[in-house]
Design a protein around this ligand. Structure first.
Ligand code: NAP
Ligand code: HSE
Length: 439
């Protein structure tokens, strides 16, 4: 009888584009967890070539021994000794070029670049499918949380009803610091940048676009469909003030930046996908309200599995490196690629619920004169647009104007906007009105 013997495989040699927060973290992880990785895939995983802008720059993690350091993308991309491209640069143009060239040359790719995949990923997924190659992106969504694997494999047998959660570590860090520590928005953003959570351009974080990139990838995995990125309604945390955080607390809520997608059954056999990124008031007794700092969390509700809640570090060097390395293990193990979770490489189209028809209750804050008749105007506009008021607070009068905070029952964005426009036209608003969805 033949006895199968263990034969070590040749090392898996990486071309690592980018040696910043995540690239440096990956190098450290490959060194520190070498034994664990070897035990799982039977191969050394080594860094053969590194692409950076400035090799002389001081770095928290030194370049690994034996790696060739390049500053010219063509020099880096032409290395024949590289088995896998790991793209950890950021941006869209150069990463797209390198990934396409690697796939064309028959090399699998691992990337953390959600912006590229969400905005221009279809061609790359198509090319990877055509070539039969891995295009791994576990690190692109929610840091260390294995959300890609969960949707692509663990929960693949479900018809998903909702997927929602905290998808951006930087925004959550800022909101938590403002809520729990009374730190200003700009101070908290600076801390998030120093800790390596923020994007090179932090506008992507605070304007909600990074969360939207992740949501687009989640929607594709959960439903096998494309929600055109440019049509996704996106609002970030830039306008969230300590005042709104304080009022939300009085009502028993925390303000969180959420990515939200839900399948709405309108009539028998007719469903539409509702999706968006927005700051929302989350009841303090929900698990999502307790997710602080740079943690992320995703709640997935499937028709068979029920509701699953995944929680973990959403950004930073080692958590993100953990996700990159999970993709590398899959490639080193030689399994069949399954990049999008579906047999067909093309996502199908889905009927989209117009964002203004999204039904929810809302938090509305107006700044109005503290005088007779004002409440009548506000209440009249609400009634004219069929908005039922659940709670009202008016306090903190200063210079004869006062914040008036209203919690509504279920209504639509369209009705809220129309009521606010009616109130504005009466000339009683001293500042732009603010409204957030209440979960
Ligand atoms: P980073 O710290 O800014 O590092 C970027 C690296 O890319 C640096 O080593 C930089 O070189 C190199 N680089 C950038 N442009 C280059 C160019 N034109 N030519 C050569 N080298 C270039 O960024 P990061 O935070 O590691 O993020 C990398 C990627 O991971 C991004 O797509 C990001 O969205 C994603 N991501 C980040 C996190 C996180 O927590 N930070 C989490 C998940 C996903 P120098 O070192 O010489 O400047
Ligand atoms: N800037 C991103 C965040 C990194 O803060 O969530 C992780 O994707």
């Amino acid at each position: 009888m033949a006895i199968e013997t263990y034969r070590p495989l040749p090392p898996l040699r990486l071309g690592l584009a980018g040696f910043g927060t995540v690239g440096g973290g990956l190098s450290r992880l490959l060194e520190e967890n070498r034994e664990e990785l070897l035990a799982r895939c039977g191969r050394e995983i080594s860094i053969r070539a590194i692409l950076v802008r400035d090799p002389a720059k001081a770095r928290p993690c030194p370049f690994p021994d034996g790696a060739r350091i390049c500053t010219k993308p063509d020099d880096f991309a032409g290395d024949e000794e590289v088995d896998v491209l790991v793209e950890l640069l950021g941006g869209v143009e150069l990463p797209g070029r390198l990934i396409r060239a690697a796939l064309e040359a028959g090399r699998p790719v691992v990337t953390a670049n959600k912006a590229l995949l969400a905005e221009a990923g279809d061609d790359l997924f198509r090319l990877a499918a055509h070539k039969g190659l891995h295009l791994g992106y576990e690190a692109g969504v929610c840091g260390s949380i294995p959300i890609i694997q969960a949707l692509r494999e663990g929960l693949a047998a479900n018809r998903h009803l909702t997927v929602s959660g905290i998808l951006n570590g930087t925004s959550n860090y800022i909101l938590s610091a403002m809520t729990n520590d009374g730190i200003s928005f700009s101070q908290a953003l600076k801390q998030a940048q120093e800790l390596g959570f923020a994007e090179a351009d932090p506008a992507l974080d605070i304007q909600g676009l990074d969360a939207a990139h992740k949501l687009a990838l989640i929607i594709r995995l959960a439903w096998g469909v494309r929600y055109p990125f440019v049509e996704l309604p996106v609002e970030g945390i830039v306008g969230v003030t300590p005042e709104d955080i304080g009022f939300a607390r009085e009502f028993g809520y925390s303000i969180k930046l959420l990515g939200y997608a839900a399948l709405r059954e309108l009539a028998a056999g007719e469903s539409r996908l509702e999706a968006g990124v927005f700051p929302a008031l989350v009841p303090d007794d929900y698990l999502l309200a307790k997710v602080d700092h740079a943690y992320n969390a995703v709640r997935i509700e499937g028709n068979a599995a029920g509701a699953i809640f995944l929680h973990g570090p959403g950004a930073g060097a080692m958590p993100t490196a953990s996700a990159v390395a999970s993709d590398l293990l899959r490639i080193a193990g030689g399994g069949r690629p399954n990049n999008t979770g579906y047999i067909r490489p093309e996502p199908s189209r889905i009927a989209i619920l117009p964002p203004q028809e999204a039904v929810s209750s809302y938090y509305i804050r107006l700044v109005v004169p503290d005088r007779p008749g004002v409440l009548r105007v506000v209440a009249g506009a609400m009634a004219d647009h069929q908005i039922s008021v659940a709670q009202v607070i008016q306090k903190g009068q200063k210079d004869m104007v006062v914040p008036l905070v209203i919690m509504t029952h279920d209504t639509t964005v369209r009705a809220v906007r129309a009521a606010l426009e009616q109130i504005r036209s009466c000339g009683i608003l001293s500042a732009d009105p603010v409204f957030y969805r209440v979960m």
